[in-house]
Design a protein around this ligand. Structure first.
Ligand code: NAP
Length: 309
C-alpha cells in the first residue's frame, strides 16, 4: 500500500508556473509540496533566449531563468518531491492524488503541468527520436555542427529554432505547411534574411528516414502541387506547437481542446482545484503569463484553505 502524505496544498508541475505557485504558497503560510517528474524546468528550460521576461533587458536563457526560479523557490522553503500524478479523486472533502510513488491528500491542488511538443505522427519520427529527431534545438542543436537539418513548423518556436540552428549548422530547411509564417513579423523577417535558411513552403513531411546511426533524410509532400520529394539531411527538429498534459484529469475538470478551463481566479470546474500556466485554456502562453497565473492560483488556494480552516 502506498503511503499517503497530507498537505494543505499540492502543486503539480515544476515549470515556471509551478515554481511561482510554490513560492507564493509558502509565503502565504500554506503547508505545501511541489511535485515534479524529474528536475524542475518544464518548457521554459528549453527556451533559447527569453527576451520578453520583464527585468532582463539583455534577455535570459530558459535554463538560467529556471535555475534562478528554482533557487528562489528553495530559499523560500518550497519542498520538491518526485512523483507522477496518475489520477485525482475526491476522498472525503479532500483531493487524493494517486501517484507512481506515494499518494497525496490535499485540501487544494494547483495544476501547473504545462504541455508537451506536438508530434508529427509520421513513420520514422518515434523510432528516430533521440537519433536525429528532436523537439528542442537548444538541447540538441550542438550535435549538428556544420550539418544539414530541417525545422518543421512556421510558428515562433520553429522560427526561433531555425535562427538558432543557422548559427551552428551548415544549412537549415524550414518546412512549413502554408506559404505564410505564423511567427511574429520581426522574427520572420530576421529568419527570411538569413542565407543558410531555406524555406520550403506549402509542404509537410511524410516520413523520416534513418537507421541506428541516425537520420539520413526526409520525405516531403507539397500540399498544393501534390508533388513528393526527398531531402538528405542529418537532423529533424519538430516545432509544430504543444499539447497539454491533461490526460490524467480528463473527466475530472472541464477541458477545452485538452486545455483546462478556469475563471479569472484560476478556479477549475472542481472546487479546490486550480490551474496555472500553459496547461490553462488561455489566449497567450508565455513565461510572463504563467507566473501571473500562478500568483493568482496560489492566492485563490490560500483563500480556499483559509475558509476551511
Ligand atoms: P504555434 O504558434 O501553434 O505554431 C505551430 C506551427 O506548426 C504553425 O506554423 C502550424 O502551422 C504548424 N503545425 C501545426 N501542426 C502541424 C502539423 N501537424 N504538421 C505541420 N505543421 C504543423 O506553436 P509554437 O510556435 O510552438 O508556439 C506556441 C506558443 O508559444 C505560441 O503562443 C507562441 O506565440 C508562443 N511562443 C512565443 C515565443 C516568444 O514570444 N518569444 C517563442 C516561442 C513560442 P499553421 O501556421 O499553418 O497553423
Amino acid at each position: 500500500m502506498p503511503e499517503v502524505r497530507e498537505h494543505e496544498l499540492v502543486v503539480v508541475g515544476g515549470g515556471a508556473a509551478g515554481l511561482t505557485a510554490g513560492m507564493y504558497g509558502v509565503r502565504y503560510g500554506l503547508d505545501l509540496v511541489l511535485l515534479t517528474i524529474g528536475a524542475p524546468g518544464g518548457q521554459t528550460a528549453t527556451a533559447t533566449t527569453i527576451e520578453n521576461f520583464p527585468g532582463f533587458p539583455d534577455g535570459i536563457t530558459g535554463a538560467e531563468l529556471i535555475m534562478r526560479l528554482t533557487q528562489q523557490a528553495e530559499s523560500f522553503g518550497v519542498i520538491f518531491e518526485n512523483a507522477e500524478v496518475k489520477s485525482i479523486e475526491l476522498e472525503g472533502n479532500r483531493w487524493r492524488l494517486n501517484c507512481d510513488t506515494d499518494d497525496y491528500l490535499a485540501d487544494t491542488v494547483i495544476l501547473a503541468v504545462g504541455a508537451h511538443p506536438r508530434r508529427l505522427k509520421i513513420p520514422g519520427e518515434r523510432d528516430l527520436f533521440g537519433r536525429g529527431v528532436s523537439y528542442c534545438a537548444t538541447c540538441d542543436g550542438f550535435f549538428y555542427k556544420d550539418q544539414t537539418v530541417a525545422v518543421i513548423g512556421g510558428g515562433n518556436t520553429a522560427i526561433e529554432e531555425a535562427i538558432y540552428l543557422s548559427g551552428i549548422t551548415e544549412k537549415v530547411y524550414v518546412v512549413h505547411r502554408r506559404d505564410e509564417l505564423r511567427a511574429r513579423q520581426m522574427l520572420a523577417e530576421k529568419a527570411l534574411g538569413i542565407d543558410n535558411i531555406e524555406f520550403v513552403w506549402d509542404t509537410v513531411p511524410t516520413e523520416i528516414f534513418g537507421d541506428d546511426s541516425g537520420v539520413s533524410g526526409i520525405a516531403l509532400k507539397n500540399k498544393k502541387t501534390e508533388e513528393s520529394s526527398e531531402v538528405e539531411l542529418d537532423g529533424v527538429f519538430v516545432a509544430i506547437g504543444y499539447e497539454p498534459n491533461t490526460g490524467f484529469v480528463e473527466g475530472l475538470v472541464e477541458l477545452n481542446d485538452g486545455f483546462i478551463v478556469t475563471d479569472e481566479r484560476m478556479r477549475t470546474s472542481q472546487p479546490g482545484i486550480f490551474a496555472a500556466g500553459d496547461v490553462r485554456d488561455t489566449p497567450l502562453r508565455q513565461v510572463t503569463t504563467a507566473v501571473g497565473d500562478a500568483a493568482i492560483a496560489a492566492d485563490s488556494a490560500f483563500r480556499y484553505v483559509s475558509e476551511r480552516r
